[in-house]
Structure formats: C-alpha cells, structure tokens
Design a protein around this ligand. Structure first.
Ligand code: SF4
Ligand code: SF4
Length: 409
C-alpha cells in the first residue's frame, strides 16, 4: 500500500474561475444528537435524500471539480457514497476529498477507504474525525456515548493506512461552553496520543440544536490559537513527513500548512462579531457549489438555498450558468464594496487559492507569526508520558479501554 501522496489541490493556487469545489451534503440522516449541530433543524424536516442517479448526473456534468467536501448528516450512513465519489473521480480532475465522521461506523470507513484506494488510486483522502474533548464532555456534546468508539475508529484508520500517504487524519473539535475549560489539555493530549496529521478547533456555528452553548469570543479564539502555535509547527512537520518527497518539498508543504492555518484564523477572527472584508473576493458560486442532501443548492454554507438541482436536470453546468446563480453572485458583490463577509474557513481557503499573490503573502506572514509565538515551547515535553498520564487521570479516562484500542501501551 506504500505510496506518495498526489499533488494536492489545496496547495495549487490559480487565478482561474471555474467550479473547483463541491460541498456534498450526502444525507440528512444522523446517528448522533449533537448539542452544537447547526444542521439539526434542516435534518429534522426529514426531506428525502437525493438518489444515486441524481448524484451521478451531478458528478458527470461537473467536469472541473478538484475537491469534494463531504458533509451531512453523518456521511457514512449513505451506503452508496463510494459509488458517487467514484463517479466524480472518473469524470473530473478530482484530487482531494474530505470525509468527516463521528466515527461510529468504523468497519464501513475502513471498507470504503480500502475500496477507494483501488478504484481512485490518485485520490487524496482526509478523514476528519469529530472529537470534541475527553469522554464525558465529548459524549455530552454529541448526545451519544461514542468517545471510545470514535477513538478506536481513528486508531484503526491510522493503523490500516499508516504507510499510505494518500490518507491523512484530521481531528475537528467544536468548542462550546460544554468543553471550553478542557480544550488546552485536550489539544495537548490529542497531539501526544492520537498521531493525527492535523487538529482544528472552531466555535459552534449557526443555529445550534441546544441553545446557549456558544461561547467563543474574539478574545477566547485568539488565546486558544496563540496557545496552539507550537502544535501547528508539529502538525506541519507530521503532515509533510506523511506526504513524502524531498527536503525542499517537505519544507514548502510544512510552511504552507502553518502559514495558511494562521492566516485563515486571522481572517476568520476579524469576522466573528462584524463583517470585515477579507482583502480578496469571496469565490462563492464561482468556484464553489453547495448541494444539500435533498438537492437544494447554495453558493456557500451560510447563504440560503437558491434552487433545486432537480429543476436543472441535475446538470451542474446548467446550474452554474443559471440566472439565479448570476443574481446571487451579483448580490454578494466583489471588492471592498461587497455585501457579504463571514468567517467560514472553507471559503476563505477557496478565496486564497483563487488569489496566488495574496496566498503567498499570507503564508509568509502567518508562518512568521506562528514561529514567534512558538519560541521557547518544547513540543517533546508536551508529549511527555507522565504529563499525558496525569491528563488521563484528571479527566477520568479509562486506561484499560485506551490500552485495548492501542492508544496507550
Ligand atoms: S453535528 Fe454532525 S454528527 Fe452531530 S448531529 Fe449534526 S450532523 Fe450529526
Ligand atoms: S462571504 Fe461567507 S457568507 Fe458571504 S458568500 Fe462568501 S462564504 Fe458565503
């Protein structure tokens, strides 16, 4: 299974305006009940999922898609998802997919990744496990007791694909009042114990299922991100090592990752309480398209649906040149007079990728800032066995279960 990761579209900046990323909401079903879920209201309406043939037609008519950001509901509940991904791969220059999951269906995830590594040999897969903290708060926030199951799934993915540069693992942590106090310990523990190639923390978005749990202010976000700086350097190194290649290539990958993550945060934070222009145009509707599980489409995850793919025969070309799409892009506007700015990392990334000069400048400044913040911090000490064991004791983690999973020896 040994392999070199394909050139990722995430580091290939180009000024070209063509549909590059599809955000595919695979299903409206979920097997968790997360307090912070921003999609709960939509899912509770129980509209039927688009059928396989509709998704395949969307895939065939897309033509230029390089990234699939899969979402849900819980994507692993959609049994034909590998088939849909294969259709995108066979009809587009698809390079990267991001598959998030709550980690409940471990067997299915392993089975799918094994299948996709054969059917789509050049595809880079990022497995995004949602893990919001230690067992008690994770399970409280997720509404189901799944902490150890989720960690087990992550460990199985890592063990099964450890020599495969096409598969990377990312932890996604949603910060709320439920887990805020433990986030610094959790970030340290995850770095020391879980072996993932990246870990992002973000506040809850949109209208959450449980009210009153949002807590991330600009100050809190800044404090957390500054504390995480040394880990970003560590993750940058881990990711570059996993991707393979010579020293220069690894150095560029590492620098790009560290610089980008810091710049994304800075732009995102400046939009937490008020809209602030990003300094570049938002490409929503030009390079990105969001398709909800029931076929409604939007230009981004924040703005409202503007139509249904079914009204356009599931033909992506028709959708992209439709009048509603043109009107929506006009409404968003461009430049400093644009009407719409938000803190959504996926679209800030897409905007940077459409603006090579800006991306280069941001990477440089972000990288310098992270280096300055990380000065004097010793990552090895953060992963010290005794320190990690003390954290496990403090949060009542079950060491027998962690041993059985293989997280501790
Ligand atoms: S946040 Fe994700 S895993 Fe949680 S209920 Fe919503 S869709 Fe399901
Ligand atoms: S700025 Fe944000 S809300 Fe506005 S169009 Fe872009 S992604 Fe959507």
């Amino acid at each position: 299974m040994g392999s070199k990761r394909s050139e990722s579209s995430f580091y290939q900046s180009s000024g070209e305006k063509k549909l590059d990323s599809v955000f595919l909401f695979a299903t409206g079903k979920c097997n968790a009940r997360c307090a912070h879920c921003f999609y709960a209201v939509d899912m509770d309406k129980l509209r039927p999922d688009l059928d396989t043939e509709d998704w395949k037609k969307i895939a065939r008519t897309s033509k230029t898609v390089q990234k699939l950001w899969i979402s849900g509901g819980e994507p692993t509940l959609r049994e034909d998802l590998p088939e849909i991904i294969e259709e995108f791969y066979n009809n587009n220059p698809l390079k990267d997919i991001n598959l998030p999951s709550n980690g409940i269906l471990g067997d299915r995830i392993i089975e799918w990744f094994s299948r996709l590594r054969t059917s789509c040999p050049k595809l880079n897969i990022t497995f995004g496990l949602s893990l919001d903290g230690f067992a008690i708060s994770h399970d409280r926030q997720r509404g189901v007791p799944i902490f150890y199951k989720a960690v087990e799934t992550l460990k199985r993915v890592e063990d099964t694909f450890k020599d495969d540069a096409h598969i990377q693992t990312n932890l996604a942590t949603c910060v709320t009042k439920i887990n805020l106090d433990e986030i610094p310990d959790f970030y340290q523990w995850a770095w020391g114990r879980l072996g993932v190639t990246s870990h992002v923390c973000d506040g809850a978005r949109g209208e959450t299922r449980e009210g009153g749990i949002k807590c991330v202010t600009e100050e809190i976000a800044q404090e957390l991100q500054d504390r995480f700086a040394p880990y970003y350097i560590g993750y940058g190194r881990r990711m570059a090592a996993r991707m393979g290649g010579g020293f220069v290539k690894r150095y560029i990958q590492k620098t790009a990752y560290i610089g980008l993550i810091r710049s994304l945060f800075a732009i995102s934070r400046s939009n937490m309480t008020r809209p602030t222009p990003w300094g570049m145009n938002c490409p929503a509707g030009e390079t990105t398209l969001v398709i909800d599980y029931d076929g409604r489409f939007r230009v981004c995850e924040i703005r409202d649906p503007i139509g249904s793919v079914k009204d356009y025969g599931c033909d992506t070309q028709e959708i992209m040149r439709s009048d509603v799409m043109k009107k929506e892009i006009e409404m968003i506007g461009h430049g400093y007079t644009a009407n719409c700015w938000c803190q959504h990392g996926c679209w800030i990334t897409s905007a940077l990728l459409s603006n090579p000069k800006m991306m280069f400048r941001k990477i440089q400044s972000g990288y310098r800032e992270v280096k300055r913040l990380a000065k004097g911090m010793d990552l090895k000490k953060c992963a010290d066995r005794e320190v990690l064991e003390a954290i496990e004791k403090k949060y009542n983690l079950d060491s027998a279960k962690l041993k059985a999973i293989g997280v501790i020896t």
